[in-house]
Design a binder for this molecule. Structure first.
Ligand code: PGA
Length: 320
């Protein structure tokens, strides 16, 4: 008869190590994240495996996979750490302090605004540490499914009903070309005209790409994608270098100023009006810090973000 082993000798540290290794499916990346060596990770996982009495990982070829027992333990780890961080917050609240960790995950374009909003918030609550992840829409959706963060900022909320959603600020998409491009300065360029240009496109999984593709598909326009890049900054560099034109969020030009090497084109159907939303899973119990930050975003945060006038920005970059 097989007996269930007592798991009392498992330590929180081992669970933390295992959680990181399981999330990345890699001991190397877990070691990097936790600032530990790879042999330490292997040792901790080995001890945990012995305590559990079943293998937690299996190696197929070069890849590491979780076993059924590993998957169960990973789920348990996430619940344990979630409960612990809630407990931490409760204690901090009891002590009348706002302290602990705020975990944010935002799409690539929100990184031009959100870090600026964090400074006044962190000054007010010096006990708050922030972890800010920046990724594309697909990355946000994956992290949300895994319940890895407190709040998310997106422009295309995942379409299932169990989401709390708060509109934040505008996030228009504009057509961007090199400053010396012949179309710069022309008014109401027909959308069709863009099919004659080389196009630089964001990577699959990007919300920007999805919106642009939908617009062109809807209008039966075939564009010539010459380059695909997973970064707004790299796209701006490629535009400036003459590789083609692209469609990006106006926010990605926030720091360009008058000396920018790129310009906004006045194309029909542009700018595409969109906005950012702050979202989280409806079932999620927000920590006090996350709730405070959400309120801050809807009030002062919005004011600070609005202070960078998009219109001013448009004039500065349109070559007037
Ligand atoms: P993306 O989102 O990084 O997924 O393209 C950016 C945006 O929608 O502004």
């Amino acid at each position: 008869m097989t007996s269930v082993k007592p798991l009392r000798q498992i330590t929180l540290h081992q669970l933390k190590v295992f959680e990181a290794a399981a999330r990345h499916c890699s001991f190397t990346r877990a070691a990097e994240e936790l600032f530990l060596t790879q042999p330490t990770i292997s040792m901790q996982v080995k001890q945990l495996t012995q305590a559990v009495g079943l293998p937690l990982f299996e190696q197929v070829g070069k890849r590491l996979y979780l076993t059924d027992a590993g998957r169960e333990l990973y789920k348990t780890c996430r619940e344990v750490f979630d409960q612990l961080s809630r407990f931490e917050m409760t204690i901090a609240d009891m002590q009348g302090l706002k302290q602990g960790k705020l975990r944010l995950c935002v799409i690539t374009t929100a990184k031009y605004v959100v870090p600026r909003l964090l400074a006044p918030f962190c000054q007010r609550y010096p006990g708050v540490d922030v972890a800010l992840q920046v990724t594309n829409h697909e990355g946000v959706a994956d992290r949300m499914t895994e319940n890895l963060d407190d709040l998310y900022i997106v422009s295309q909320p995942p379409d299932h009903p169990e989401i709390e959603l708060y509109a934040f600020i505008e996030n228009p998409l504009v057509v961007i070309a090199p400053r010396n491009h012949p179309l710069v300065g022309q008014k109401q360029i027909p959308l069709q005209r863009l099919s004659e240009e080389s196009f630089i496109m964001r990577e699959p999984g990007s919300g920007t790409r999805k919106t642009v593709q939908e617009l062109f598909d809807k209008n039966d326009i075939a564009i010539r994608v010459r380059l695909e890049i997973g970064s707004n900054e790299a796209i701006k560099q490629a535009i400036a270098g003459g590789m083609g034109i692209s469609v990006l969020s106006l926010h990605s030009l926030t720091l360009e100023g008058t000396f920018s090497q790129v310009a906004i084109l006045d194309v029909e159907k542009f700018p595409i009006a969109r906005q950012w939303y702050v979202i989280y899973s409806a079932g999620k119990q927000l920590s006090t810090i996350a709730r405070t930050f959400l309120e801050y975003l809807q009030t002062e945060g919005r004011e600070i973000a609005d202070a960078t006038s998009l219109l001013k920005l448009l004039n500065a970059t349109s070559g007037d």
